[in-house]
Design a protein around this ligand. Structure first.
Ligand code: BGC
Ligand code: NOJ
Length: 808
């Protein structure tokens, strides 16, 4: 069952009913100012850091789920309603929500008034712009009232939800004509305020929540709206809000449009005040002046559209399968941008107050983002590397505002350092910018302890080698990619963090996954070392990788599949000897991606085992059998009920590792089939089961052991976006930048007999036409009319167009 449809020409998903199974959201903003907006107008916005600079309040896990947002109420002769249906929930004659690229447009119509609300953050602007168009679709003239509404957050979202004894006394605003200034704490240490304005004369306003709603009402029944009369309240403590009232007369067929701006303004400390107690509004006025006319709004929206058109032109496919095309051309890269911007901070499942930027997360997000804006990937790499510790280990997370490692979570996740190598290699492949390797970057943000980026990669690589366990496999530390495999944790205290608790400090628990990751990144690391002129280091790296591969085959192979780990006691994890958790997905994927066992046929065996034991109609589960009870020696993985999250859920992040592995052994049909099981556009038809947005990957789909098998959770912010883009674009469709050239080697099975791809890379454009006979063998290429040896097309000069005919 669907709740809408894709409009590919407009690059939109059109939600046709507000009664979706769950709030379906979108993101506004591309660089510094961001908003989350649901299909009913719920959500919130913030400047750079969802915790420390939150402009509007949002209460998570509310009843109903999605309460609070940037709302517009229409009051029409005693009747009042909201165009997004909620929060008033008055029946609408028409409803539609267009989820676009960095904008959302919600239209509602009731009794002859149509209201369209467009939400977006213009490029280079620290503000949301809301354009509201009211149209009289009736035969008679109408006089309606339009009310805006936002509830301000007192900046630090955590404090805002916990420290009421202080917060109920500190709220302050200023009202100046049609502009409301939220200036809580500006009197003391803050030099920023929020501004909420409309480009028309107001008939009234409110800035105190209780005055606007009435003491016993929710957002669905504001007294001021019900009575059609603002209170002109000026907040003093309690809950500051911003609400404008406009009186709008509309002749039959007439429409009027209004521009609301909700922005963030920072002043130099010495220029905070206009006069004592009155905030300096100059910067706010400059901001507002940019969005006074609908022409200005149209131009800003056009610029945003062009920005996306340009970015999405970096990789496009035309295949005849519209779902494949829309995922690759629009929605997957879009999500990659969002995860790159947000890491795991703010979604409808991440509160924006908990987690900073993940070290491994950011490096993996970059894999799917780097082709969109390489310059921003560069900056991110350097920021991330600057949080690495001198011994090569890494802070697991860092804070976006300070860019400093997070001491509360600390380090000790032994896969973390290697992801920096993957990320850096992907960046250099895309951009050809070998110079980044010589950039000087601090360790742990200490300006006195610096080294080249290459030296950081070297310390990452050697960190693994310095931390090997009894079998010669890498020590796992607190956890590897699987945050919930906590083999040194041994926690029996409720509430203790599985990730930061280490009750045992042995050097025994080892990860076969990190070994696979190590073997996989080693060739890239060696090639980068060579590029730096360090031939000896390159040679040594290749030898280390060969040794690690041997170790995996000796101690990491279980007979039919790759083992997952050895626990604290040296017992196998992910072995046929185990009662539960006999086989895990991660090592089957990554070890084969690394090429381990490919020549001997063990790789095929491992992937067959994954297929036979882990695959379901909704994707591949993480492990089987699911852990039935809590195991002190395994940690969080066994804390989850069977079928959810890391305990045998379908973790969409690592399904692509199996897809890529399948292409390594030439089984394109398997790879493509697996991708289609989790790609949201292919799940649109079962939206009542999947329940989350059909245009965005979710982190997890409940596994076969779960009651709610097939139901997704945690959409948007997940490494799933990047990895699925890598799998489908680079390995299945098969166009992948390497250091020396563009690899063209599709592996997609018979279902897609012909397709074309346009790939822009390093300033040149490659037009690729694929005749796909699904041979499972390396493709044959004719480049600009001449057949070439192998599948690597040398990079062409910037500005040139290269035509490639490919037979796969
Ligand atoms: C989740 C993981 C997550 C970890 C750290 C666990 O509860 O299951 O997916 O990475 O917490 O936040
Ligand atoms: C979510 C975390 O953000 C990511 O780093 C981790 O790899 C997965 N969970 C799996 O545990």
């Amino acid at each position: 069952m669907r709740f809408g449809h894709f409009d590919d020409a407009a690059r939109e998903y059109v939600i046709e009913t507000p009664r979706t199974p769950y709030p379906w959201i979108n993101y506004l903003g591309t660089e510094e100012f961001f908003g989350l907006v649901s299909h009913t107008g719920g959500g919130y916005c913030f400047y750079r850091d969802a915790r420390l600079r939150r402009l509007t309040r949002y209460r998570y896990n509310n009843v109903p789920t999605d309460v609070g947002g940037r709302y517009y109420y229409v009051h029409d002769s005693g009747d009042y309603w909201t165009p997004g249906w909620a929060p008033v929930k008055r029946e609408l004659d028409f409803y539609e929500c267009r989820v676009g690229l960095s904008y959302t447009k919600i239209t509602g119509e009731r009794k002859g008034i149509r209201a369209e609300v467009l939400y977006f953050v213009p490029l280079g602007t620290n503000a949301e712009v809301h354009r509201v168009i009211l149209k009289n679709t009736a035969q008679a003239a109408k006089s309606v009232k339009l009310f805006s509404f936002v509830e301000f957050c007192l900046w630090d979202a955590w404090d805002d939800q916990t420290n009421y004894q202080r917060n109920f006394s500190i709220g302050e605003v200023e009202v100046d004509g049609s502009t409301i200034y939220h200036k809580t704490e500006y009197r003391e240490r803050r030099n920023h305020y929020a501004v909420h304005s409309v480009n028309a004369q107001v008939a009234g306003f409110d800035t105190d929540r209780e005055s606007f709603l009435g003491p016993w009402n929710g957002f669905g029944e504001p007294q001021a709206v019900a009575e059609g009369k603002s209170r002109n309240s000026v907040a003093s403590g309690w809950q500051p809000i911003g609400s404008h009232q406009l009186a709008v007369d509309l002749a039959p067929g007439e429409e009027k449009s209004f521009v609301f701006v909700l922005g963030y303004v920072e002043n130099p400390v010495e220029e905070k005040w206009e006069k004592p107690g009155v905030v300096n509004k100059k910067a706010a006025r400059e901001l507002l002046a940019r969005f006074q006319t609908t022409g200005q709004v149209d131009a800003a929206l056009g610029a945003l559209r062009d920005y996306w058109t340009e970015m999405l032109s970096k990789y496009t496919v035309k295949s005849g399968d519209e779902r494949l095309d829309r995922m690759v051309n629009i929605w997957n890269p879009y999500q990659c941008m969002v995860t790159f911007n947000m890491s795991r901070s703010a979604s409808y499942f991440e509160t924006g107050i908990g987690r900073g930027m993940g070290f491994r997360d950011s490096n993996q997000d970059l894999l799917g983002f780097v082709h969109l804006v390489p310059a921003r990937a560069r900056e991110r790499l350097l920021d991330t590397a600057a949080t690495q510790k001198p011994d090569g280990s890494a802070y697991h997370q860092y804070q976006p505002l300070t860019k400093r490692g997070n001491d509360a979570v600390g380090s000790g996740f032994n896969d973390d350092p290697l992801w920096l190598v993957s990320g850096a290699a992907a960046y250099v492949k895309e951009s050809g910018d070998f110079g980044i390797l010589r950039e000087v970057v601090p360790f742990d943000n200490d300006p006195k302890d610096t080294a080249t980026l290459f030296e950081h990669l070297k310390r990452s690589f050697h960190h693994v080698l310095k931390n090997l366990g009894p079998h010669g496999l890498p020590l796992i530390g607190r956890a590897d990619w699987n945050d919930c495999l906590n083999l040194n944790c041994f926690s029996d205290t409720p509430g203790e963090s599985f990730q930061t608790t280490g009750n045992r400090t042995g050097r025994t628990a080892e990860s076969v996954f990190i070994a696979g990751l190590f073997v996989h990144v080693a060739p890239d690391y060696a090639a980068l070392a060579e590029a730096m002129g360090f031939a000896d280091e390159a040679k040594a790296a290749r030898e280390h990788a060969a040794r690690m591969e041997k170790t995996v085959l000796e101690h990491g192979w279980d007979g039919e599949w790759f083992l997952r780990a050895y626990d604290f006691f040296g017992k196998k994890v992910g072995s046929k000897e185990c009662e539960d958790g006999q086989i895990f997905i991660e090592t089957q994927g990554y070890c084969v991606m690394a090429g381990i066992g490919v020549a001997s046929g063990l790789a095929k065996k491992a992937l067959d085992s994954a297929r036979d034991r882990l695959e379901t109609a909704h994707g591949i589960v993480l492990n089987q059998p699911a852990y039935k009870e809590y195991h002190l020696e395994l940690g969080e993985i066994s804390s989850y009920p069977p079928g959810y999250k890391e305990n045998a859920g379908i973790f969409c992040h690592n399904n692509p590792w199996i897809m890529i592995a399948e292409t390594v052994i030439g089984r394109g049909d398997r790879a493509f089939a697996l991708w289609k099981k989790i790609a949201p556009a292919y799940r649109e038809e079962i939206s009542e089961v999947h329940r989350l947005e059909p245009y965005t990957y979710a982190q997890m789909i409940a596994g076969k052991d779960a009651v709610r098998h097939g139901e997704a959770k945690n959409s948007w912010l997940t490494g799933t976006a990047a990895w699925n883009f890598v799998a489908i674009s680079q390995h299945i469709l098969g166009v992948k930048p390497e250091l020396e050239g563009l690899r063209v080697n599709p592996c997609i099975g018979r279902e897609v007999p012909t397709f074309t791809i346009v790939r822009k890379c390093r300033g040149a454009e490659y037009r690729i036409t694929v005749a796909n006979k699904a041979t499972g063998k390396p493709a044959k290429l004719v480049v600009d009319g001449k057949p070439i040896e192998g599948t690597l097309v040398p990079y062409a000069k910037a500005g040139s167009v290269v035509t490639i005919a490919c037979e796969a």
